[in-house]
Design a protein around this ligand. Structure first.
Ligand code: NAD
Ligand code: ZN
Length: 366
């Protein structure tokens, strides 16, 4: 499967399939303009599992590889992590023509993308996402960055990759909980834009994907990448409709902040709960039929995803959660902004939602 992110001279392809790492040289060598060297950056979990296949695939095309391995986990997406990575790249004598390859989940993709944006004032990079979350969401669209004391993803840059290689074979080694968390972003893409695809997931497509069915996985990854590519091409810097991709994220981020962005609650799990809360708010505001919220809850539950705060040690104090939302970088002047659902398959952005409408949602169990 080959898709295109239509961004003019910064356009790039997304390739989705099995066995892509072994063939990586075919697509990467042409990006090297006669050079023969790349630097692969991966983490301590992914390296042992998938780096040998990638290295072999590059060697087959005569490309030599330097490797930098960083500790697995969100902690690497930090000031210390970016400083360490850039220093190690400079030690390897990278120059403006060096291509960086990000082999890993969203942490590696965000970190390497940011390193590519700032090293030598910008070098090219390729996303090779290995988690479901990264394949269906974070590897496409060019948002890169790190976390700081003040919060997640508050420092970064828009820097588009030259290519996204989503090898479905990587998904086979992913822990089931990580697989489900990534699946939440697939559900998100259908809730905000495609009722028929939601119905397909609901009718067994989602269960098949989670059970390891390759055809179902390919169909869903393709759908998510198409959805994201279309929205990003129309609004690269999130001036408008790209914000729709934040469905469930204002609520979700507040929960992640409360749980300390830890393993207690994975990002995708927070998005699952956050989507239910966003639909609850949409129902309360008269925008969305209650039956649609019920369908979402039923599907998430059937897939083993959490749907309320009780699943992550809550319920938390609603006023504290609202305070997190006002600090969210999507919030303008401390106003509460939400992506709301106007029925499964369509969504809108609403600014200035009164706190009095939000508080009841935060004390509700589903
Ligand atoms: P992650 O990169 O931490 O990966 C999750 C875990 O799985 C890690 O322990 C990793 O080592 C391991 N792993 C990765 N691939 C594996 C594989 N194939 N087999 C076995 N283990 C594997 O987390 P993630 O969920 O991929 O990404 C989360 C990050 O993505 C967050 O930092 C989030 O902010 C970011 N994100 C960015 C965007 C964006 O647009 N840039 C969008 C969504 C999320
Ligand atoms: Zn997300």
């Amino acid at each position: 499967i080959r898709l295109e992110v239509a961004l003019g001279e910064r356009a790039y392809p997304i390739l989705i399939g099995a066995g892509l790492l072994e063939r990586a040289g075919e697509w990467i060598a042409p990006l090297l303009k006669g050079r023969r060297r790349v630097v692969v950056i991966t983490d301590t979990n992914v390296g042992p599992l998938h780096l040998p296949r990638l290295t072999a695939g590059l060697a087959a095309a005569g490309v030599s590889v330097d490797t930098v391995t960083v500790p697995a986990g969100e902690g690497s997406k930090s000031w210390a992590g970016i400083a360490d990575l850039v220093d190690r790249l400079l030690d390897l004598r990278v120059d403006r023509g060096t291509l960086l390859l990000a082999l890993g989940g969203g942490v590696i993709g965000d970190l390497v993308g940011f390193a590519a944006a700032i090293t030598m004032r910008g070098v090219d990079f390729v996303q090779i996402p290995t988690t479901l979350l990264a394949q269906v969401d974070s590897s496409v669209g060019g948002k890169t960055g790190i976390n700081t004391k003040a919060g997640k993803n508050l420092v970064g840059s828009f820097h588009q990759p030259r290519l996204v290689l989503a090898d479905m074979d990587c998904i086979a080694t992913l822990p089931p909980r990580q697989l489900r968390a990534g699946y939440a972003e697939i559900v998100k893409h259908t809730v905000l834009g495609d009722a028929a695809m939601f119905a397909w997931l609901e009718a067994g497509g989602g269960a098949a994907l989670l059970a390891g069915d390759r055809a179902a996985l390919a169909k869903a990854v393709r759908h998510s990448c198409e959805t994201k590519a279309t929205i990003v091409a129309a609004d690269e810097r999130e001036g408008g409709q790209r914000a729709l991709l934040n469905l469930g994220h204002t609520f979700g981020h507040a929960l992640e902040a409360e749980t300390g962005f830890s393993d207690t609650l994975l990002h995708g799990e927070a998005v699952a709960i956050g989507m239910v809360q966003a639909l609850d708010l949409s129902v309360r505001l008269g925008l969305c039929p209650a039956a649609d919220k019920a369908r979402l809850v039923a599907h998430l539950v059937a897939c083993g995803l959490p749907v309320d705060q009780q699943a992550c040690g809550g319920p938390f104090d609603p006023a504290t959660l609202v305070a997190h939302m006002r600090l969210d970088k999507k919030a303008k002047a401390g106003e509460l902004t939400f992506v709301l659902c106007t029925g499964l398959g369509s969504a809108i952005v609403r600014d200035g939602v009164p706190e009095s409408d939000v508080l009841p949602v935060l004390s509700e169990a589903h």
